[in-house]
Ligand binder design. Structure first.
Ligand code: UTP
Length: 292
């Protein structure tokens, strides 16, 4: 049974400077919750109650966010702000949140390897990237865990992109798998040209991996950007026996990118019960004004 999640949050967030100079990009709020909270909530919904943050210097606000804050709780209780109190207190109970430092940003594969002291080699675990937010109504991670438990193979999330964008991503060479939207992957190609791309299915930030990946990562030399790449370790496993890809058909937001972040804010705000209706009324009016 998969119970643990590893959340690499040690990256520098250079695409979002200067905002990320003093504030981790994972703490940038989407409406009223930092991006990382959506990810930990996704873990909790999928039954992953043990979360390991792989952090770095300057990221301690993330740890604080999932800790108790008794002075704030007492002030809210005294003022009778019950709803706010529940929101603050529930947060600390979403999951057992642990952290480990990466030390140097030597790549996503290296960040995942930092979990080797927390996850044993015979345990499977999920990896969720803080930049990728998946529609909260979609039980996608549950589907990935189910596929891993059924097949025993590493499972990666795939997403279709237009052919002219494949050169930006890791692309999977796929064969049909056991279910609709499920694929067998023998080969992963990093940033191919449109002509060389084996498909238009790219790898996005969700993985369910066996603990045996740690040994493979230890033997994986630095690759693109001189970083230890998780994709390279997955390629080693796929060459032995196909790994599994599951296509994400739901909405996914790349919040590490400025435009993706703004789109996510708009869509998540529109979907909210509290501010959604007013926000949409305002947005429609504003758009009509711009067009008129
Ligand atoms: P990104 O490629 O988005 O890098 O990493 P980044 O540094 O966070 O952001 P930019 O590109 O400079 O704007 C993908 C994920 O892998 C983590 C990041 O925190 C992010 O969640 N990561 C990457 C690490 O934890 N350690 C690393 O060494 C590299």
């Amino acid at each position: 049974m998969v119970r643990k999640a590893v959340l690499p949050v040690a990256g520098l967030g250079t695409r979002f400077l200067p905002a990320t100079k003093a504030v981790p990009k994972e703490m940038m709020p989407l409406v009223d919750r930092p991006a990382i909270q959506y990810i930990v909530e996704e873990c909790a919904r999928a039954g992953l109650d043990d979360v390991l943050l792989v952090t770095s210097t300057g990221k301690s606000a993330i740890e604080d966010h999932f800790d108790r804050r008794v002075d704030l709780e007492a002030a809210l209780a005294e003022k009778g702000k019950d709803e706010e109190l529940a929101a603050v207190r529930d947060l600390a109970e979403l999951a057992q949140v642990h952290s480990v430092r990466q030390g140097e940003p030597l790549g996503l594969g290296h960040a995942v390897l930092m979990a080797a002291g927390h996850v044993t080699a015979d345990e499977s675990f999920a990896v969720l990237l803080g930049d990728d937010i998946v529609d909260p109504d979609e039980p996608f991670l549950e589907r990935m865990i189910e596929a891993h438990e059924r097949t025993g193979r590493p499972v990666v999330a795939l997403m279709e992109v237009p052919h002219d964008q494949v050169h930006l991503y890791g692309v999977a060479d796929v064969e049909p798998g056991e279910a609709d939207g499920e694929f067998r992957i023998r080969r992963l190609v990093e940033k191919p040209s449109a002509d060389e791309a084996p498909s238009n299915l790219i790898i996005v930030g969700r993985y369910v991996l066996p603990g045996t990946i740690f040994d493979v990562l230890r033997d994986t030399p630095p690759g693109r950007g001189d970083e230890i790449q998780l994709t390279d370790a997955l390629q080693t496993l796929a060459a032995d026996e196909p790994i599994v890809g599951i296509r994400l058909d739901a909405e996914r937001y790349d919040t590490g990118d400025k435009l993706g972040f703004v789109k996510a804010t708009v869509q998540l705000a529109a979907a909210r019960d509290d501010i959604g209706p007013d926000f949409l009324t305002w947005l429609r009016g504003w758009l009509a004004e711009q067009q008129g």
